[in-house]
Design a protein around this ligand. Structure first.
Ligand SMILES: [Zn+2]
Ligand SMILES: [Zn+2]
Length: 167
């Protein structure tokens, strides 16, 4: 075996070894930081927060949205309609993005609502029970329906009327 061939063989072995060990190292390091910083892990997922579908962010949505949603969540960390503080929270646009794209990043157009089981304040108060509809008076309605369950809200005559007249 002559020298150039030997060098090429050695280089190949190095490349193969590196391609196997680097992803392993990387994975292990990520795993470690996740273990040490559980809160950091939550903070590193802003895109999962306030976006109905992760795919939607690519279509016309501002790259600033994850940051704005995170800042809103720091100001308003619980569901305004019940105080729920868990992972089933959404940063909801009071005036919807598809009708008012200029208000996408306006803090006054944002409200934190839950999708907690049995309450569904995002759907019932933010969208009046239809994801393609919305409720411009959600800030008033979260007070009126404070801590009410989904069943109680659906049984309320005032809410039913609003729901029938929803945009
Ligand atoms: Zn919403
Ligand atoms: Zn709630």
């Amino acid at each position: 075996m002559d020298t150039p061939l030997l060098i090429i063989c050695l280089a190949l072995v190095v490349v193969i070894l590196a391609s196997f060990s680097l992803p392993l190292l990387f994975r292990r390091r990520r795993h470690h930081s996740r273990g040490r910083l559980p809160e950091g892990h939550v903070m590193r997922k802003p895109s999962a927060y306030g976006v109905h579908s992760p795919k939607k962010i690519a279509i016309g949505r501002s790259p600033e949205w994850p940051r704005v949603a995170m800042e809103h969540r720091l100001r308003e960390p619980a569901c305004v309609a019940c105080g729920y503080k868990g992972k089933h929270l959404q940063v909801h646009h009071i005036k919807p993005f598809h009708l008012h794209p200029q208000l996408e990043l306006d803090p006054h157009n944002l409200i934190t609502l839950c999708e907690a089981r049995g309450r569904e304040h995002h759907l019932l108060l933010g969208h009046l029970d239809a994801w393609n509809s919305y409720n411009e008076h959600v800030r008033e309605d979260v007070k009126r329906f404070y801590k009410k369950s989904a069943t109680q809200i659906r049984a309320d005559l005032h809410w039913q009327k609003k729901m029938q007249l929803r945009p």
